[in-house]
Ligand binder design. Structure first.
Ligand code: SF4
Length: 246
C-alpha cells in the first residue's frame, strides 16, 4: 500500500464535529459519485478516479494524534472516522489496523468515536478493555441488491457481510447505527425499503436521506413525493421498533 505523511490529522469538519481521515483516497470507488472524491479532485489532491481508488495510508497518524488530542481545549463529545475515506476498507488490513489503533487512542482520552464504513466492522471493537468508550458503530446501507452494489459501490463489502458484522457487535452490547444515504429512486433500482429496514431492525439509530447529487434521481418524475413517503416510512418503522431516527 502506498503511504504519505501529514502535518495535521484531527480537524473540525464543516458539519461541526471532529473528524479523522487517515487515508487519502478510497478503494471502494463509489460511483454516486463519491463527494469526497469530487472534493479531493477540485482541491487538486488527486487527479483522476483511478488515482482516488489507489489509497495512501497516513503513516504518521498515530504519532500526530496523541499531541493533537492533548492540545484540545474542550473534549469533544465524539470524533468521527471517517468523512473522506473508509476506516475498514476492503482488502487493506493496514487501514483496519491503523483505524483500530486510532480508536483505541481516542478512547484512552475518554472520548468516544462514531464510525461509518462500507466494509466489515471488526468484532474486536466489542472488547471494552481495549475500547472502553461507548463508540457508535455504523454501516452505510441503501440496498440489499448485490447487482446494485457492484454497479454503484464496486469494491465494498457485500451487504450481507456488513449487516452480519454489525449484528455481531450489537449482540455483544455495542451501540450500532445505519446510514441510509444516498437512497436510490425506483428508476435506479426497484426495491422495497421495508425489507432493508427489517434486515437492520436491531440497530439503535437510523439516518435516512435521498440521493441529492445525481441527475438520474430527477428523471424519476415523482421523486420528491417518493422521498417524502420513504422518509415517513422510516420514521414510523423507527418509532415502532424503538430506534432513534434522523
Ligand atoms: S466508501 Fe465512502 S469514501 Fe469510499 S468511495 Fe465510497 S463514498 Fe467515497
Amino acid at each position: 500500500m502506498e503511504i504519505i505523511t501529514r502535518k495535521t490529522l484531527l480537524y473540525r469538519s464543516g458539519l461541526g464535529f471532529y473528524c479523522i481521515n487517515h487515508v487519502q483516497g478510497c478503494r471502494h470507488g463509489c460511483r454516486y459519485p463519491c463527494y469526497a472524491y469530487l472534493m479531493a479532485r477540485s482541491h487538486g489532491r488527486i487527479k483522476t478516479y483511478a488515482d482516488w481508488c489507489l489509497p495512501r495510508l497516513v503513516t504518521n497518524a498515530t504519532e500526530l494524534l496523541p499531541k493533537e488530542l492533548f492540545r484540545l481545549k474542550t473534549k469533544p463529545d465524539y470524533i468521527h472516522l471517517c468523512l473522506t475515506t473508509d476506516p475498514f476498507m476492503v482488502g487493506y488490513p493496514e487501514v483496519t489496523d491503523m483505524s483500530l489503533k486510532i480508536i483505541r487512542l481516542i478512547n484512552s482520552h475518554g472520548i468516544r468515536c462514531s464510525i461509518l464504513t462500507k466494509g466489515k466492522i471488526p468484532v474486536e471493537l466489542a472488547n471494552r478493555e481495549w475500547f472502553p468508550a461507548d463508540n457508535l458503530l455504523g454501516i452505510s446501507l441503501i440496498s440489499l441488491n448485490e447487482e446494485f452494489r457492484k454497479l454503484w459501490e464496486p469494491e465494498t463489502a457485500s451487504y450481507a457481510d456488513r449487516i452480519s458484522a454489525l449484528k455481531s457487535l450489537h449482540s455483544r452490547g455495542c451501540k450500532t447505527y445505519v446510514h441510509m444515504e444516498p437512497y436510490p429512486t425506483p428508476n435506479i433500482v426497484k426495491q422495497d425499503l421495508k425489507n432493508i429496514l427489517k434486515a437492520v431492525e436491531f440497530v439503535d439509530r437510523i439516518y435516512f436521506s435521498g440521493w441529492n447529487y445525481n441527475n438520474q434521481v430527477k428523471q424519476f418524475r415523482d421523486y420528491r413525493e417518493f422521498y417524502n413517503d420513504q422518509t415517513s416510512l422510516v420514521s414510523h418503522f423507527c418509532s415502532e421498533h424503538g430506534i432513534s431516527f434522523e
